[in-house]
Design a protein around this ligand. Structure first.
Ligand code: AMP
Ligand code: MG
Length: 401
């Protein structure tokens, strides 16, 4: 067996960063930038009001209450056609341009308009600049908005479009093919014959791929047939940036994925000191990373978490600190027992935030075939080799949602 960190290093070494592309902003959420974005214009583009109210000369209201003549109304989106002179005010709406002559805004709540609308009485004095949002107060021309390596959030996309930038240089989503293998697998609601099971791994893996910010490609299910599996893998690596297979990588007579990958790929077969997901095949087929994930449903998901997801994130340009999930510390609220076996265990646990801490309890049966506990799990609890944890012990968590 090899330590987890060593297996992860081997995987990461085989995952090359994808070539950058130009993407429309509406397709770029979650992608990683490769350019320094510099503001080509001011945001806000002009001095404007943060409030509905009246644009005034602050000197005119210094001895408030003061009554001013209302010269007209300035709406958002139109250039002001009013100059505010001494003793005058202009009704103004949020986002509208500050008219020449005015140096402050009084919010409508502090004003009272005469019955005929021709005059306004301002109740309080306001300083110059009151409620005025200055041109360039958010971004000035030539200012670095963000650099390369930034993960684009909805906020970033808003900043780009506020600057009139609708395309951005990024690493693309990895196209990730998912293929299941096994003569026992069936798809669909029909009654199972003895020996058959339903193919669940392909669906969980396609969803994990999407959740990791990649583009899933469904490559279907293969029977345990060497030629079919070989053709499927070859076709898959041609159209995808990475490939996930499930099943057929253990020591059984019909584990042809192992045989085929040995023939056509440059593979490492690893026994990793973890439970579940001890066996891992990883390597390159025609230069494309292929993850031979174990067939047991929980193992395939944990293997995806610990190996495929970090590799795919590297490919998509995430920085090294963001390849792996960062553990957070919780507290065992129920016993999390295990036996010494030289492995680190990843227990499926529920996590609830109470009394200022993450409280951790088992999510159910911990067998590698017991997918229901995986579905119920909020996190994987990292249990080092030994007898496990007692109530009250600190426990590192990889939060899954
Ligand atoms: P294998 O690695 O092919 O020996 O499979 C290990 C276990 O996982 C067996 O019990 C398989 O029936 C099961 N298994 C393999 N592939 C899938 C799948 N796509 N969905 C659900 N279970 C699977
Ligand atoms: Mg099999």
């Amino acid at each position: 067996m090899i330590p987890l960190a060593e297996a992860q290093e081997r995987v990461l070494a085989g995952c090359g960063v994808l070539a950058e592309i130009t993407a429309p902003v509406d397709d770029a959420r979650g992608l990683v930038t490769t350019e320094t974005v510099v503001a080509p214009e001011l945001v806000p583009p002009f001095d404007n009001t943060a409030m509905d109210g009246f644009a005034v000369r602050s000197a005119d209201v210094a001895d408030a209450p003061a009554t001013l003549a209302v010269e007209g109304t300035i709406a958002a989106g139109v250039p002001p056609d009013i100059t505010v002179g001494a003793g005058q005010a202009a009704r103004i709406m949020t986002g509208a341009v500050i008219p020449p002559g005015a140096d402050a805004v009084v919010m409508v709540e502090l004003t009272e308009v005469s019955a005929d609308g021709a005059a306004v009485t301002v109740a309080q004095s306001v300083p110059a600049g009151n409620h005025i949002r200055r041109a360039g107060e958010d971004l000035s021309i030539g200012q670095t908005v963000f650099g390369p390596g930034e993960v684009l959030t909805p906020g970033h996309l808003g900043v780009l479009t506020s600057l009139g930038m609708y395309r951005v240089r990024v690493r693309p989503k990895a196209r990730v093919g998912v293929m299941s293998t096994g003569d026992e697998l069936v798809e669909g609601p029909q009654a199972l014959e003895l020996g058959q099971i339903r193919d669940s791994n392909r669906h969980t893996l396609l969803a994990l791929v999407a959740e990791a910010g990649c583009e899933p490609v469904d490559l279907g299910s293969m029977t345990d047939d060497e030629a079919e599996i070989a053709a499927g893998i070859r076709a898959g690596v041609e159209k995808c940036d990475a490939l996930l297979t499930s099943g057929g990588v253990s020591m059984g007579d019909y584990d042809y994925v192992k045989k085929v990958l040995d023939e056509i790929g440059d593979m490492s077969w690893m026994q990793v000191a973890i439970k579940p997901a001890k066996p891992l095949a990883f390597g390159l087929v025609d230069g494309t990373p292929v993850f031979g994930l174990p067939g047991n449903p929980v193992s395939s998901m944990v293997s995806f978490e610990l190996f495929a997801r970090p590799g795919l994130r590297k490919m998509m340009g995430h920085s090294p600190g963001a390849w792996h999930r960062q553990p957070v510390l919780g507290r065992a609220a129920g016993p999390l027992r295990r036996r010494p076996d030289g492995k680190t265990h990843f227990a499926r646990v529920r996590v609830e935030y109470a009394d200022g801490q993450y409280q951790v309890t088992s999510a159910g049966g911990q067998g590698s075939h017991q997918l229901s506990a995986m579905a119920a799990a909020d996190a994987l609890a990292v249990l080092p080799d030994g007898e496990g944890l007692a109530i009250g012990d600190p426990v590192p968590l990889l939060i899954l949602r």
